[in-house]
Design a protein around this ligand. Sequence first.
Ligand code: AMP
Length: 216
Amino acid sequence: MNIILLGPPGAGKGTQARKLVDERDMVQLSTGDMLRAARSSGTEMGNKVAAIMDAGELVTDEIVIGLIEEQLTTTKAPGGFIFDGFPRTLGQADALGALLIKVGQTLDTVVEMAVDDAALVKRISGRFTCGSCGEVYHQDTKRPAKADACDECGANDFKHRADDNADALKVRLLEYYKKTSPLIGYYYAKDLLQSVDGLDSMDGVAASIKGALSTV
Ligand code: AMP
């Protein structure tokens, strides 16, 4: 099963994608993670996108489509792919459709994680992750049991994202409403859209997504 998790920054796409990876043998394709990896390994492309990402703007379609194409043609995913943070523009959505046809796959459903803007700002401002395994935490709602060790892997390497600040977040939200939210109508018209309440608890959202996937 190949699915898209669609929603604004901070909606919880990454957290839910990781749960699906653990439970269903799916492969998470997060263009945000791929771009951050390119930055930290200092590739030419990584250097090119760094300032754009820090400002909260979208990088070009060409770059992210190239990253997804590389993964789709080289990665085996027994449980299917979860597209997380991709597509973010209509051009990317069209390209994904064409790529899936090229590799003999189909898109089974798109799960929109609906959340309100005030809740997003709160969520994103307190967010941090384990630099070693990627587990996501929040200073108000999900602190690690021991302040200096990740619950999952024990590492003491917590990271706050450079773009998780109020100014960049506003740009990211604007980018979402201008360029990404039209995808809701796009996938609705293709009969692929399902919507879940992204403000529910983490387990509540996971249960709603499970319900959505069971209808496919
Ligand atoms: P994310 O981790 O998904 O929030 O992505 C972090 C940043 O990476 C975004 O604010 C963009 O600058 C860039 N990015 C990630 N995915 C895409 C995409 N599909 N299209 C354009 N830019 C992207």
